[in-house]
Design a protein around this ligand. Structure first.
Ligand SMILES: [Zn+2]
Length: 163
């Protein structure tokens, strides 16, 4: 603070434009815990204990949804048929992040992708690893690489890498 900010009046308006932006340093820390529910518990337990990825199949429209949820987002049917997926899939979209942030699980450059696992009808957002960003293409085949030490969260899948 204590910065000398100069304002400029724009003729014909009552708006003053600042010549120099003001930055205020601040921070918020908000630890929290929440239940992932029955479906999340099954999903994350399988990731942690068995390095397996499960989705759920809709009995009405036959779609397989991942991450699993209790209600189909298309037809609103109740879901309860678990489907094990192979961990192989197709890169549907991706972006490369070059800036650091506390919300990123790894240091930049980071490749985030949307992966449609074989047998699934929805995409899973995750990291893409062991790949030259220049070599990435939509439609390329990828597969899940699990961490050795898993904790029961989505980062038990370390990343997806090209097949
Ligand atoms: Zn459905």
């Amino acid at each position: 603070m204590g910065r000398n900010v100069k304002a400029q009046f724009i003729p014909g308006t009552n708006i003053e434009m600042l010549k120099e932006p003001v930055f205020i340093e601040s921070g918020i820390t908000m630890p929290y815990t929440y239940s992932v529910g029955d479906f999340g518990t099954k999903f994350f337990t399988e990731l942690r204990d068995n390095a397996k990825i499960f989705g759920v199949r809709c009995p009405t429209c036959n779609r397989v949804l991942i991450p699993p949820r209790s209600t189909c987002g298309w037809c609103f049917s109740k879901l309860d048929e678990w489907v094990e997926l192979s961990g192989k899939g197709t890169l549907m979209s991706y972006t490369i992040v070059h800036y650091p942030s506390a919300v990123h699980p790894v240091k930049p450059p980071i490749v985030y992708g949307i992966i449609q696992l074989d047998g699934a009808d929805t995409g899973l957002a995750h990291l893409i690893g062991e790949a030259d960003p220049e070599s990435l293409r939509i439609g390329m085949r990828v597969w899940a690489v699990f961490k050795e030490k898993r904790e029961g969260n989505i980062l038990d899948i370390n990343y997806f890498k090209p097949l």
